[in-house]
Design a protein around this ligand. Structure first.
Ligand code: MEV
Length: 313
């Protein structure tokens, strides 16, 4: 029997980094997906995942299943992606979640979405050691969700496709590295206890301000108050600049978008590269795309608020 599944990539809308420190964020699933096909091949184990950046996510998922459910050895796994892993759309999380659903179907385990999220988060932590799990949640549940660190809260935000223009900076960000280096700044080693406290309170203040933005954005997205949502994106970007995770290129692309009439713009994800997002009214879309391209960005055309993990025919 051959099982085929797929899971979506994601875009962080609000709250990146703060969500690692027990704060909420808002993430949306994108229409670009990763497909996984699995069949049992007794005695043989093969993974064919040419576009997956880090095949360890698939291997670790299989290992976790073997430990937990005593699943068999012989498997052939093939993956296919609609998008380049370079965009920072969460290809590792999507492939992990799609593999988990495929294994659940193959071995008739009937795992719930909650089970799929928990297993996926475990796999991600086993490999990366850091991360809030928001990307695993987006791949699992889909839609647009309000998410609290580790999945303590996962609530749908009832919106339709949000009118975003997405620009890729041309640089692949190393998310775990950026998260770890911010962690060192938030809790520096080798300083006096006064110095550590002082440093920490600076970041606590920024994370609290980001939380206020996330809470406000959650309401304004539902009310379709795009002017306000755009403003909140700008504020969120300024706070990410204070965290020193933005880059000149991302700043330039965001400025270009706002200059061309976007409601607002911000980097999306860890920073250091990957993508920026801007919110726009339909009539200004072309202008905005041109402005972002002029600033050196590449426009990525995907819809958001997409379906979560599912079985394919
Ligand atoms: C990275 O896309 C988003 C971060 O908040 C990390 C995480 O939540 O795992 C920086």
């Amino acid at each position: 029997m051959r099982i085929k599944t797929s899971a979506p990539g994601k875009l962080m809308l609000f709250g990146e980094h703060a969500v690692v420190y027990n704060r909420p964020c808002i993430v949306t699933a994108v229409s670009s997906r990763i497909q996984v096909a699995i069949e049992q091949t007794p005695g043989r184990f093969k993974i064919d995942a040419p576009q997956v950046k880090d095949v360890r996510f698939v291997e670790e998922t299989i290992r976790v299943f073997k430990n937990k459910f005593k699943t068999g050895n012989g498997l052939s796994i093939k993956t296919q992606s609609d998008f380049s892993y370079q965009y920072g759309f969460g290809s590792s999380s999507a492939v992990t979640v799609a593999t988990i659903l495929a294994m659940s179907k193959l071995y008739h385990l009937n795992l719930s979405l909650k089970n799929i999220f928990s297993l996926g988060y475990q796999v991600a932590l086993n490999i990366q050691g850091v991360g809030s799990g928001f990307d695993i949640a987006a791949a699992t549940y889909g839609g647009t969700i309000y998410f609290l660190t580790g999945g303590k809260k996962i609530e749908p935000v009832p919106v339709k496709n949000i009118n975003l223009v997405i620009g890729y900076s041309g640089v692949k960000a190393d998310t775990p590295k950026i998260v770890k280096s911010l962690k060192l700044k938030v809790s520096p080693k080798g300083r006096s206890s006064y110095g550590r406290k002082n440093q920490k309170s600076k970041y606590v203040k920024i994370f609290n301000q980001i939380t206020e933005i996330v809470e406000d954005a959650k309401k304004k997205l539902v009310n379709k108050n795009w002017q306000r949502v755009g403003k909140l994106m700008n504020y969120n970007h300024q706070l990410l600049q204070k965290l020193e995770v933005s880059t000149e290129k991302l700043d330039k692309m965001c400025q270009a978008a706002v200059g061309a009439g976007a409601y607002g713009a911000k980097l999306s994800g860890a920073g250091g590269g990957d993508c920026m997002i801007s919110l726009v009214s339909k009539d200004k879309r072309n202008l905005l795309e041109q402005a972002i391209e002029k600033a050196g960005g590449q426009i990525i055309n995907v819809d958001n608020n997409a379906e979560g993990v599912k079985t394919e025919n």
